[in-house]
Design a protein around this ligand. Structure first.
Ligand code: SF4
Ligand code: SF4
Length: 123
């Protein structure tokens, strides 16, 4: 079925999520993409997030002019992924259906506020 969202009309909200998990396969794919050793890719692109319940590697962020911060791989101007072919599995899967909640919220607010360029940091 055809997706009911259009990423080209969105500033990359999903890329602003704070805990974008990368697997070992994701790190290896990024290492190949940049032609650097896996351990270098791991620490350059991700960091270890540990609590008493969680132990995972997540993508590093950088400051952003739209959201507070976004994944380091999001182009700040085009709002597109700069490693699209090598992006992590979770990015390939999201939003895992034909609907994206943020997109629907954004479209609703743009219509109600009569502002086609409105951007909302919904976190
Ligand atoms: S939040 Fe939804 S519409 Fe926006 S880029 Fe991500 S998947 Fe696309
Ligand atoms: S790797 Fe690409 S798609 Fe995934 S969060 Fe970063 S910019 Fe977004």
């Amino acid at each position: 079925m055809k997706p009911r969202y259009d990423c080209l009309k969105c500033p990359g909200y999903c890329c602003s999520y704070g805990r974008i998990v990368v697997t070992e396969r994701d790190i290896a794919r990024l290492a190949r993409y940049f032609d650097i050793p896996v351990e270098k890719a791991r620490h350059r692109f991700a960091y270890r997030y540990r609590t008493k319940d969680v132990d995972e590697w997540i993508l590093r962020h950088r400051k952003d002019h739209v959201f507070r911060s976004v994944c380091r791989f999001l182009d700040p101007e085009t709002r597109r992924c700069t490693v699209y072919e090598a992006r992590p599995a979770v990015c390939r899967e999201y939003p895992d259906g034909i609907r994206c909640g943020y997109f629907e919220f954004l479209m609703f607010e743009r219509e109600h506020q009569d502002d086609p360029d409105l951007v909302i940091d919904a976190r």
